[in-house]
Design a binder for this molecule. Structure first.
Ligand SMILES: *[C@@H]1O[C@H](CO)[C@@H](O)[C@H](O)[C@H]1NC(C)=O
Ligand SMILES: *[C@@H]1O[C@H](CO)[C@@H](O)[C@H](O)[C@H]1NC(C)=O
Ligand SMILES: *[C@@H]1O[C@H](CO)[C@@H](O)[C@H](O)[C@H]1NC(C)=O
Ligand SMILES: *[C@@H]1O[C@H](CO)[C@@H](O)[C@H](O)[C@H]1NC(C)=O
Ligand SMILES: *[C@@H]1O[C@H](CO)[C@@H](O)[C@H](O)[C@H]1NC(C)=O
Ligand SMILES: *[C@@H]1O[C@H](CO)[C@@H](O)[C@H](O)[C@H]1NC(C)=O
Ligand SMILES: *[C@@H]1O[C@H](CO)[C@@H](O)[C@H](O)[C@H]1NC(C)=O
Length: 396
């Protein structure tokens, strides 16, 4: 299915729409975009969404691959339409409806995301989709929605094991397969009931593997720790979602910490969903989220997460393959002072590397410099809460 969708995309055919299935080619690489929650919470409206979409284009972010503009909770009225049973967009916040916003976002070459919940109500108390899955999927499709973030609040206690939770999410996965518009299905199930084992089978293309992130280094460290043992689950078609990026949201992390956060999310193939005000960014923040070489790691078509190779005190080495016989390694220092870290070729290439004798070219993806050719190992200085992100290629 994945293969045929790829081939058809190359031919420029829109077979997916004809077949009415969830399109696996939507998730060939982790999704990139923006979501309203971290910055605006419930204070979202058409102005915020359209201004953000315009900034996505004018700042150059769109050209780097960021494409989804996602409306989070609080877009609706508290009651469904009594005759159609559809959710009603709040006319004060969205005077042109969701369709009106979608048209404006699409005109900029971007895609629109929306939010609902696998329960009776959303987390902020607006209508949830449980029991209304087909009605809501049809409305989203009719409005031109391209992406659904599907939360887990007010779920009637239908949780506790994989079989119960997966049935609740599958109801929406099936409904989305039964509408003509391809809609990316993003499960926001907080890592409950080992969602990484069943997210793909209910039609999910990404699934939250942890509780909510916050704009603090301790939150980033905690989520990395939870992702390490399940990093092998992510693959083209479905990704562990380490939650939205906090880079530049409330400035509660240092630039070094934000750089580490962005690097690890890219190398672990988490979705890259920005949350900062992209209409008004400092150059430090913009430099992080526009790093082409790091984004290329995120979007590499092999789609394999880096794996933890070792932990020594407060330092960890992560590495993994990219396409084209190149590798990426992350030297992470969670400690409070600068350290020198060494990665040997057997650490980095996991003993799978054919030509140990050949010199390996090493490039630093944050300084954008070639560090030279190395044999056997490489050592780097890593500042407190920092990373060094290096790419290795064998071309002599
Ligand atoms: C839209 O939301 C923003 C941010 O919450 C607010 O500043 C602005 O006044 C709102 N605009 C309208 C037209 O409601
Ligand atoms: C739906 O019907 C109820 C009860 O008659 C009424 O209170 C409510 O305002 C109606 N809601 C809408 C959105 O029309
Ligand atoms: C899940 O929980 C339900 C209800 O308690 C139970 O009937 C079912 O056997 C459980 N399934 C698994 C796989 O544990
Ligand atoms: C598919 O959608 C149609 C139209 O909304 C509906 O009548 C039908 O029951 C749906 N099929 C399934 C399997 O939900
Ligand atoms: C991931 O790794 C775990 C533990 O090593 C293993 O049990 C599981 O089968 C692996 N899953 C995949 C999809 O490779
Ligand atoms: C832009 O951000 C700066 C802080 O970085 C703030 O002082 C300024 O008020 C913001 N401008 C607007 C238009 O939001
Ligand atoms: C780093 O410093 C912070 C704040 O002083 C402290 O809470 C933390 O335990 C230290 N971390 C390590 C790894 O020493």
């Amino acid at each position: 299915m994945f293969y045929s969708a790829q081939v058809l995309t190359i031919l420029g055919l829109s077979v997916v729409q004809v077949m009415g299935i969830i399109d696996p080619s939507l998730a060939k690489t982790p999704q990139m975009g923006w979501n309203s929650w971290n910055k605006y919470q419930c204070n979202v409206n058409e102005t915020v969404i359209v201004n953000t979409a315009n900034a996505m284009v004018s700042s150059g972010l769109k050209d780097l691959g960021y494409q989804y503009i996602n409306i989070d909770d609080c877009w609706a009225l508290h009651q469904r339409d009594n005759s159609t049973q559809r959710i009603i967009p709040d006319p004060e916040k969205f005077p042109n409806g969701i369709k009106g916003v979608a048209d404006k976002v699409h005109a900029l070459g971007l895609k629109l995301g929306i939010y609902s919940d696998a329960g009776t109500n959303t987390c902020a108390g607006y209508p949830g989709s449980y029991g209304y899955e087909q009605i809501d999927a049809q409305a989203f499709s009719d409005w031109g929605v391209d992406y659904l973030k599907y939360d887990n609040c007010n779920n009637l206690g239908l949780a506790g094991n994989a079989s119960i939770s997966s049935k609740r999410y599958k109801r929406m996965g099936d409904a989305l397969k039964n509408v003509s518009r391809p809609i990316f299905f993003s499960l926001c199930s907080w890592g409950q009931d080992d969602v990484w084992d069943w997210g793909r089978s209910v039609g999910g293309q990404s699934w939250r593997m942890s509780g909510d992130i916050s704009d603090h280094w301790s939150s980033v460290v905690s989520i990395i720790g939870q992702e390490v043992p399940i990093a092998n689950i992510s693959a083209p078609g479905g990704w562990n979602d380490m939650d939205m990026l906090e880079v530049g949201v409330y400035d509660q992390m240092t630039i070094t910490e934000y750089t580490s956060h962005f690097s690890i999310w890219a190398a672990m193939k988490s979705p890259m969903i920005l949350g900062n005000d992209i209409t008004n960014m400092t150059s430090d923040i913009k430099n992080i989220i526009t790093n082409k070489e790091v984004i290329a790691v995120s979007q590499d078509l092999l789609g394999e997460s880096v794996k933890q190779r070792w932990v020594k005190g407060d330092t960890q080495l992560f590495a993994g393959p990219l396409s084209g016989q190149t590798y990426v390694a992350l030297f992470l220092n969670e400690g409070n002072s600068t350290v020198t870290m060494t990665g040997t070729w057997s650490d980095i290439f996991n003993n799978k590397h054919a030509n140990k004798q050949k010199p390996i070219a090493v490039r630093d993806l944050w300084t954008h410099t070639d560090l030279g050719k190395f044999r056997g190992s490489v050592s780097v200085s890593v500042e407190a809460h920092g990373v060094r992100m290096l790419r290795f290629s064998q071309q002599a």
